[in-house]
Design a protein around this ligand. Structure first.
Ligand code: FAD
Length: 312
């Protein structure tokens, strides 16, 4: 039994997360990819990469993602195909239907999975708890085919030209209770490119408010660093999304990464794997950021900022 990968696409492009799932699913051999869309031809070519045995196309009435449509189609497909596991990106869309498929069919389920292994023919999934402090390996003894939402950025995307078989699947027609009306792209300042910066001063929730951000903005300018941030500051509207580092932000590769008041959640750490030297400042000596830091100081970020501003 192979794994079933549910492709994710947007604006006529299959996202890299889909090809990461194809790589992850190889544990039980070449995977089957389900492609759900209104216009299928060019999308199917994009997932025809090595490691895909079959592409199942499902024509639906909607161009854009709608959760109930995916829920019905994927549940019907899983019932017919009985895959070893159903792999879905851990994305806003994936969260919108993956748990529903598992609940409807009484299958095992895990989200934010960042490791996969096989025991016999059954999938084991690794995910983290307590802000990344504990990694747990989950097994699904009472259900043969779990639905697993996989974190992006963990597996290398499958590349190259494949030779997959093609088939079609008829979906039960259904209008979603949640309708897609319009996609509004988040405003991203185009003058900042964190991915090219060699010296980043990244601030976390510890800086608290607009005054804190302004202080560190000033410090970054003084020491010649580019200001970056963890996601909470972006979500609070204190800093532009273009400056967010991590799984749903930018993957950076600076020579030096200063992490000020950032705990080191897995979703943040995914973004700084390519950093040459990580220097962390945090009041909590147990903060996970210290596990990946080359140098660390257990100290208050405001004290360190004052000292740096004075001596630089
Ligand atoms: C699907 C998904 C995607 C995500 N994507 C991202 C992403 O791209 N990027 C990202 O960053 N997060 C992302 N997150 C959120 C992530 O899980 C964490 O919640 C987030 O990284 C925490 O940010 P933080 O470290 O700034 O805040 P916290 O976890 O609250 O940590 C604040 C830290 O500051 C320390 N501190 C407090 N006061 C001081 C002080 N005065 N001096 C020194 N240290 C102090 C504390 O000890 C603590 O360690 C994502 C989450 C999900 C579910």
């Amino acid at each position: 039994m192979s794994a079933l990968v549910v492709a994710h696409h947007s604006d006529g492009e299959v996202t890299p997360a889909t090809r990461e799932l194809i790589s992850a699913g190889q544990l039980t051999g070449p995977v089957t990819v389900a492609l759900i869309a209104r216009t299928l031809a060019t999308l199917a070519d994009q997932v025809d990469v090595p490691g895909v045995a079959e592409i199942v196309t499902v024509e639906v009435a909607q161009d854009a993602f709608e959760p109930d449509v995916y829920l019905d189609v994927v549940a019907a497909l899983v019932q017919e195909r009985r895959p070893a596991a159903t792999l879905v990106p851990f994305s806003v869309d994936g969260i919108g239907y993956g748990p529903g498929v598992a609940a409807r069919l009484s299958l095992g389920f895990a989200a934010d999975v960042h490791g996969l292994a096989l025991e016999g023919s059954q999938f084991l999934a690794t995910r983290s708890f307590y802000g990344g402090r504990i990694h747990a390996e989950l097994e699904f003894p009472d259900t043969a085919a779990p639905v697993l939402l996989l974190r992006s950025g963990v597996w290398a995307p499958a590349e190259g030209q494949g030779n997959a078989g093609r088939s079609t699947f008829s979906a039960p027609p259904r209008l979603s209770r949640v309708r897609h009306l319009e996609f509004v792209a988040p405003e991203v300042a185009s003058d900042i490119d964190l991915t090219e910066a060699s010296f980043l001063l990244a601030i976390g929730r510890a800086v608290r408010d607009a005054d804190g951000v302004a202080q560190f903005e000033h410090l970054a300018e003084q020491i010649g660093a580019t200001l970056a941030a963890s996601r909470p500051l972006v979500d609070l509207g204190l800093i532009s999304r273009a400056r967010q580092v991590g799984q749903s932000g930018k993957i950076v590769k600076p020579k030096v990464y200063l992490a000020f008041g950032i705990s080191g959640a897995v979703q943040h750490l995914v973004g700084i794997r390519g950093a040459e030297t990580v220097i962390a400042v945090n009041v909590d000596p147990e903060a996970p950021i210290f596990e990946v830091a080359d140098y660390g100081a257990v100290a208050d970020v405001f004290d360190v900022a004052d000292q740096l501003a004075r001596v630089w």
